[in-house]
Write a protein that binds this ligand. Structure first.
Ligand SMILES: [Zn+2]
Length: 144
């Protein structure tokens, strides 16, 4: 895969968007901790609020000290899990209401649903329609 200048610019924008998410989240009461020993919280952070957990990756090739720190290109990711330990879809910018709504959004069809969420694979959240369908696609004895 060839990485172009515009890919790098897009990756850098993603790093900045995730960093902005974290900043607003902390202002909104999330507690921040480093994800990894030996990597600064500015690059990899784990955040908690009201049972939600978020993991943010905000890695840039140049560290604050100006020295090269491993990865060649900017690298960002934001993953959020709900109090039920299932993944919730996060948005950039930060949106607390959106996270609450995402507790009832199916990751397969996108529908917002009432009642119990189906747990598929590691942490995928499915509605009552998609849940049994997605579970039936898994190999036998998957995770149970
Ligand atoms: Zn669904």
């Amino acid at each position: 895969m060839t990485i172009t200048q515009s890919d790098i610019a897009a990756r850098q924008q993603h790093v900045e968007a995730v960093r902005a998410w974290v900043k607003v989240a902390i202002e909104d009461g999330w507690e921040q901790k480093p994800t990894y020993k030996g990597e600064s919280v500015e690059r990899a952070a784990t955040l908690h609020k009201e049972g939600f957990m978020a993991m943010a990756i905000m890695r840039e090739p140049m560290g604050a000290t100006g020295r090269q720190t491993g990865n060649r290109y900017p690298n960002a990711a934001l993953n959020v899990w709900g109090p039920d330990k299932m993944a919730v879809k996060s948005t950039l910018p930060y949106d607390w209401e959106g996270l609450m709504c995402a507790l009832h959004a199916c990751q397969f069809c996108g529908k917002v649903f009432e009642g119990k969420a189906y747990h598929v694979k590691f942490a995928d959240r499915a509605c009552q329609t998609c849940g049994p369908v997605e579970q039936s696609k898994l190999p036998p004895n998957w995770a149970d």
